[in-house]
Write a protein that binds this ligand. Structure first.
Ligand SMILES: *Cc1c(COP(=O)(O)O)cnc(C)c1O
Length: 388
């Protein structure tokens, strides 16, 4: 095969995701995994039972419709109405995807031309950089800086060029826990209208806002026809393995994205789609209890990390806490995370790898608190040894 590298140049440097590396390290060392953001307890029993029923009743065992089963598309539309007073046509304005991951990939592949620029917050979720690259487009980072990680809107304005096609936003933001305010969203919406940009919003943590509220950008003036809202059941219902996600957007955007999506997976997760339709209709108490239980864990982990000598950036949302390890005498987050399992039996993730501006996140480390309380407490006990 000659000297030509097997991996195409667009994916050069993407290698193995840090989550895979750190989760493998957790398995190998038996460490507590506060790295990858998956819960260690499954979601509601009624939702699992709904999946079993769908399987047994033969619903979704064969190719479901490409855009998703009507029951789920209707449930997504109802959810947007119930929580945000937003109306979507389930037939033309909702698209079911293999998690938010496929939604992001299909959106980038459908909407970008080679050479287009995409402005995204950094530190970014790792699939953003990869899918922008697959589309042959260029990412332009808007750096969120400690301690509060607010986006600098003047910098955003300056970053927009004639080649900018879209903004890719994530709020609540993984890994920093930043939640965009109404004022920030309003300023972003005004810029998008003025510069005629599409905005893609990753809202997978929409139900995990502890301070403030989640406001979908698509609800703001001028945004209904230029916003692609992405969400997923994985984080909200603690079934990250089912990979049921969705997009809500205006018909022409959905039609364009569906064109790419049909050649990625075509469809996925047949029976699980029926189960998530039921999950989306759970009473308000499910959503408030879920948030309250994670809010309590946010307190436990924040307090524990502070006591262990970390600088803690208190998240407003998500189930992650970003810390700085410089106070512990550590300068390099990646080296710190690679040594942590051996040193004290805990796995975390270095935020530095999610920045182009490596300096900005050099000593930042992320911990997940979507774990059982006793697991979080044991991790804190282990981390407290670092002080010695
Ligand atoms: C987990 C996560 C995703 C991926 O969601 P899936 O539904 O599992 O594909 C996307 N974006 C962010 C910010 C996430 O944290």
């Amino acid at each position: 095969m000659g000297d030509r590298p097997l991996l195409n140049r667009r994916l050069d440097g993407f290698g193995t995701t840090i989550f895979a590396e750190m989760s493998a390290l957790a398995v190998k060392t038996g460490a507590i995994n506060l790295g990858q953001g998956f819960p260690d307890t499954d979601g509601p029993e009624v939702v699992r039972e709904a999946a079993v029923r769908a399987l047994r009743d033969g619903r979704g065992n064969q190719y479901p419709p490409g855009p998703g089963v009507p029951e789920l598309r209707t449930a997504v539309a109802e959810h947007q109405q119930r929580f945000y007073r937003l109306a979507f046509d389930p037939d033309t304005e909702v698209l079911v995807t293999a998690g938010a991951t496929e939604a992001i990939a299909a959106t980038m592949l459908a909407l970008l031309e080679p050479g287009d620029e995409v402005i995204a917050f950094e530190p970014y979720y790792d699939s953003y950089a990869a899918t922008i690259a697959m589309a042959g487009a260029h990412r332009v980072p808007l750096t969120l800086r400690a301690p509060d990680f607010r986006p600098d809107l003047d910098t955003l304005r300056d970053a927009i060029t004639d080649r900018t096609r879209l903004l890719l936003l994530n709020s609540p933001h993984n890994p920093t826990g930043m939640v965009l305010t109404r004022d920030e969203l309003t300023a972003i919406a005004e810029l998008a209208v003025e510069r005629d940009l599409i905005v893609v919003t990753d809202e997978v943590y929409e139900h995990l806002v502890f301070d403030g509220e989640h406001i979908p950008l698509i609800s703001l003036p001028g945004m209904r026809d230029r916003t692609v809202s992405i969400s997923s059941s994985g984080k909200t219902f603690s079934f990250t393995g089912w990979k049921v996600g969705w997009i809500t957007a205006a018909g022409p955007l959905i039609a364009a994205i569906r064109t790419a999506k049909q050649f990625l997976t075509y469809v996925s997760a047949g029976p699980f789609q029926y189960a998530i339709a039921e999950a989306l209709r759970l009473p308000d108490s499910y959503f408030t209890d879920f948030r309250a239980s994670l809010a309590a864990k946010r307190e436990i982990l924040s307090d524990g990390l502070i006591a262990a000598g970390f600088e803690v950036y208190r998240p407003q949302g998500t189930y992650f806490i970003t810390t700085d390890v410089a106070k512990l005498g550590e300068q390099d987050a990646l080296a710190f995370c690679r040594s942590l399992p051996e040193r004290c039996g805990v796995v975390a993730v270095p935020n530095s790898v999610f920045y182009d501006d490596r300096e900005a996140g050099r000593s930042q480390v992320r911990f997940a608190f979507c774990k059982r309380t006793d697991v979080v407490e044991e991790a804190i006990r282990r981390l407290s040894q670092l002080r010695k």
